[in-house]
Design a protein around this ligand. Structure first.
Ligand SMILES: Nc1ncnc2c1ncn2[C@@H]1O[C@H](COP(=O)(O)OP(=O)(O)OP(=O)(O)O)[C@@H](O)[C@H]1O
Length: 361
């Protein structure tokens, strides 16, 4: 018995522009009904990867397969319109002179008797029943997005490529639209590759995230794993604000203002960075210069003074200056707590939530 091949398989995709490698040996697979987010900062090569898969740009190296069949290598190339790959871009690119129904029907064969039935079905599914005769300029941004989604899905593509499909929308509407879009994509069973530079969006949408930096995929996996087991400091910092404690390993330990820290597996003298997210600090009150007792889970408390506290709605962001060496540490705490600058307090690290990485030059 042979295993079912992935819906989309990209092998060692590489693209060089003007002598610069902008996509560097990218490999990934996506199964039917799975959403993978290609996440990374601006200019890291996400859109170029998408364009090669769509067939509007040609790789210098690597192969693309759909359901196990070769679609493109550096010699052979199936044209874009015969790849069963749908596209959806940030600007939706609706045809202004066509009605909503005509936009959605655009990719369906004219002789297809079920053409209008499919249009009506999709209009219903994107909650736009009755909008078929309207024109794009008569719709809100969110409605246009839903038409673009319906148009992309109408021919039942095996794969849908989405490039920042929510970035033109009002921030307050985005989460609802993301959830509705995801529900429809799952119903249709399409394999989706979605490009975004927003970690929040990737975590909300993705079954898998491929984190990209300078043309390469540096980490790939479920959102939970990327957030909780980042491969390096930059991967940790991409998902949230972080504090960094620097130190040098001596006998598998590193000295910090929070006491000795276990840093096993690293040679003596290695410079390390201990990374901690602001929500993983614990804060305690100062009792006449005394703080809580050290524990195995939280180490030694460090005394600090509130430098600044900002109310953020659900939480407060408090910046502390450590008494030990004056360095600044940020902590987030429930918003009921908004201490005044100058207040002495004690900080502890949740050691199980810290990441230790050798320092990168
Ligand atoms: N046709 C081109 N010719 C030359 N350089 C290009 C071309 N297209 C893209 N690049 C360069 O390739 C790099 C990657 O661009 P790409 O658009 O893939 O990045 P991105 O991660 O999608 O960024 P963004 O999120 O800003 O769209 C950039 O440095 C860009 O300037």
């Amino acid at each position: 018995m042979t295993a079912t091949p992935p819906r989309l398989e990209v092998q060692n995709l590489t693209r060089v522009y003007d002598g610069k490698t902008v996509v560097d040996d990218v490999s990934l697979t996506i199964g039917a009904g799975q959403v993978t987010c290609l996440l990374g900062p601006s200019g890291c090569g996400k859109s170029t990867t998408l364009r090669m898969i769509a067939g509007v740009d040609m790789q210098d190296r690597g192969r693309i397969l759909v359901d196990g069949a070769l679609v493109c290598d550096t010699v052979f190339r199936v044209p874009p319109e015969r790849r069963s790959i749908g596209l959806m871009f940030q600007d939706f690119a609706l045809f202004p002179h066509l009605s909503v129904a005509e936009n959605i029907a655009f990719g369906l064969p004219r002789r297809d008797g079920a053409r209008m039935a499919r249009v009506d079905e999709l209009l219903e599914r994107v909650a736009l029943a009755g909008f078929g005769a309207k024109y794009p300029h008569e719709l809100s941004g969110g409605e246009q997005q839903r038409v673009a989604l319906a148009r992309a899905l109408a021919p039942r593509p095996r794969i849908l490529l989405m490039d920042e499909p929510f970035s033109g929308l009002d921030e307050r509407l985005r989460d609802g639209i993301r959830d509705d879009t995801l529900a429809l994509l799952k119903e249709e069973g399409t394999a989706v590759l979605l490009v975004t530079h927003e970690p929040h969006e990737a975590m909300r949408m993705a079954d898998e995230i491929a984190l990209m930096r300078a043309g390469r995929i540096v980490q790939q996996g479920a959102p939970y794993n990327l957030y909780n087991a980042p491969v390096d400091r930059a991967a940790a910092a991409f998902f949230s604000d972080v504090n960094i404690l620097e130190g040098r390993v001596q006998g598998a330990l590193t000295q910090t203002p929070f006491g000795e820290f276990l840093t096993p597996g690293l040679a003596d003298g290695t410079e390390v960075e201990i990374v901690i997210r602001p929500q993983h600090l614990k804060i305690d009150f100062d009792r006449a210069g005394k703080g809580p007792l050290p524990t195995a889970a939280e180490g030694t408390p460090a005394r600090a003074e509130v430098a600044r506290a900002r109310f953020m709605g659900r939480e407060s962001l408090v910046e502390f200056r450590l008494c030990h060496d004056g360095r600044m540490i940020r902590a987030t705490v429930p918003a009921v707590f908004l201490p005044r600058p100058g207040t002495p307090m004690w900080l502890m690290l949740r050691r199980d939530r810290c990441f230790v990485f050798p320092k990168v030059a």
